[in-house]
Design a protein. Structure first.
Length: 64
């Protein structure tokens, strides 16, 4: 499987903030929906979003 990075700097920053907030909220409230934050943080770590692939979408700028 070839993973081509498709998440740019701004997209990663937004995903990181929302993901971290969801994880903290999930831990503090005991709500399992906070696991969605883990998925967002994983996409940040990989700089790759599988939902973008079928559409050929990328938020990366040239040179990133």
């Amino acid at each position: 499987m070839n993973i081509t990075k498709n998440i740019g700097r701004i997209d990663r920053t937004i995903r990181f903030g929302i993901g971290l907030a969801l994880v903290i909220w999930g831990l503090l409230s005991g709500n399992w929906l906070g696991l969605i934050g883990v998925i967002l943080l994983a996409t940040v770590a990989l700089s790759w979003c599988p939902a973008y692939v079928p559409f050929g979408f990328s938020t990366r700028q040239p040179g990133e």
